[in-house]
Design a protein around this ligand. Structure first.
Ligand SMILES: *[C@@H]1O[C@H](CO)[C@@H](O)[C@H](O)[C@H]1NC(C)=O
Ligand SMILES: *[C@@H]1O[C@H](CO)[C@@H](O)[C@H](O)[C@H]1NC(C)=O
Ligand SMILES: *[C@@H]1O[C@H](CO)[C@@H](O)[C@H](O)[C@H]1NC(C)=O
Ligand SMILES: *[C@@H]1O[C@H](CO)[C@@H](O)[C@H](O)[C@H]1NC(C)=O
Length: 376
């Protein structure tokens, strides 16, 4: 009897799964309602009246491996900053696997930052991501979600965001792989400053331009969110989707002025949520970049309507777009997940890799197809 009930429940669960396989996305209609977790891709924001009554949301994002060195940089940049409501700021870490110290990832999580998925390999070849099969991508993204959850001891359901390396989407395959990995939003799709877009879902056909040589999805993926990355205007003309690719040079004052001016333009014109991608190599290769960014963030702290939040909070706000007077960031700094530290020494391709974890060391270095690091 118990078995029958179980089978019936499983069957019901399978039948209840939304079936989206193969359905081509069509132009968005008025059936798409935010109450149903649906939003058309469009330039207008979820505002009712004057945009100045609403918060400007900004998400600082990081997609380098979390190491002792990068952790220290980020710690100095982010800690002790607060939003206008007095809560600690948010930021989102898209974590790649190789060289990552999962004890440090656990610390970032416990400070209230959002932990999301980058990939296992962070393969530097654009063509790899552009042409990857759904199965490879599921191993990359779903595998990394599992690795983070297990080794940094973070509940699986807390890991919802994903960014593809090099921002190279492989069309429907990428989103199918995200869905199969139980991920619910993407931050890999850039848009030009002249075409600002608010976050939207892929229930219907996206109106976003497909740049960078990616293939963009055109199948319907109900309830899956896209957080467009709006490019900044580089100081020499041209657009850039990460701070390092803007080629801004100069004194800390000059870098801060350029960046803050870009942010003020967005705040004054559209209040579209901004994603600022911060690569650690920018700090290594551009003099004064860290000081300039720090200075601009310091200046922003004087504005009563600019909030540094996680991507998760951006989506929450789009679903419930309250005005400044009612806007409250989450104080997530009380989430606590234990970490019993282990420094694991594991072989990968004949090389010793050190991996810090919150659980006892695996038998093998976790990798594609073996995220748990099971014995080979
Ligand atoms: C994505 O899926 C849709 C629906 O099946 C299909 O029409 C379209 O050709 C696919 N796109 C690519 C690039 O494979
Ligand atoms: C930055 O420099 C690179 C290499 O010269 C160039 O390809 C890119 O377009 C520049 N980006 C901007 C925003 O000017
Ligand atoms: C960066 O600063 C160092 C030390 O002041 C200087 O030697 C170097 O030429 C600078 N690099 C650039 C690209 O300006
Ligand atoms: C882990 O142990 C190795 C070997 O003792 C050491 O070289 C490395 O610095 C340790 N890693 C960390 C992050 O403590």
């Amino acid at each position: 009897m118990k078995l029958l009930v179980f089978l019936a429940a499983s069957l019901a669960a399978i039948l209840a799964r939304p079936s989206y396989a193969g359905a081509p996305a069509t132009a968005c209609t008025s059936d798409c309602k935010i109450e149903n977790n649906c939003r058309c891709s469009r330039r207008s924001g979820p505002f009712d009246g004057d945009i100045t009554e609403y918060p400007q949301l900004i998400t600082l994002t990081f997609d380098d491996a979390v190491t002792t060195k990068t952790y220290q940089l980020w710690y100095d940049l982010l800690m002790s900053r607060t939003n206008p409501d007095g809560n600690a700021i948010g930021a989102t870490f898209y974590v790649p696997h190789e060289y990552t110290d999962y004890q440090k990832v656990n610390e970032l999580y416990n400070y209230g930052f959002e932990i999301a998925v980058h990939s296992i390999t962070k393969n530097p070849l654009q063509s790899y991501w552009r042409t990857a099969s759904e199965n490879t991508l599921e191993q990359e993204f779903g595998g990394q979600k599992q690795i983070i959850s297990k080794f940094a001891n973070i509940p699986l359901e807390e890991i919802q965001g994903v960014r593809t390396p090099q921002l190279q989407l492989s069309g429907n395959n990428t989103i199918s792989a995200y869905r199969a990995s139980d991920l619910s939003y993407d931050s890999s799709w850039p848009t030009l400053p002249s075409k600002p877009l608010f976050p939207y879902t892929l229930d219907y056909l996206s109106t976003q331009d497909c740049n960078l040589g990616s293939t963009c999805p055109n199948e319907a993926f109900p309830g899956f969110w896209v957080l467009p990355i709006m490019d900044l205007n580089g100081p020499h003309g041209g657009w850039c989707n990460s701070l390092s690719s803007c080629n801004m040079t100069g004194t800390a004052d000059q870098i801060a002025d350029w960046l803050c001016n870009e942010i003020v333009k967005v705040k004054d014109n559209t209040r579209v949520p901004l994603t600022l991608s911060v690569n650690s190599y920018w700090f290594e290769f551009t003099n004064n970049s860290l000081a300039g960014l720090t200075q601009c963030l310091d200046t922003l702290q004087d504005s009563s309507d600019v909030f540094l939040v996680t991507h998760k909070q951006v989506i929450d706000w789009v679903k419930n777009p309250v005005k400044l007077a009612d806007f409250q960031t989450e104080d997530a700094s009380n989430q606590v997940s234990n970490c019993n530290e282990y420094n694991c020494s594991l072989m990968k391709d004949g090389k010793t890799m050190y991996m810090k974890t919150c659980v006892s060391c695996p038998a093998a270095y976790p990798w594609l197809g073996n995220p748990n690091g099971d014995p080979k």
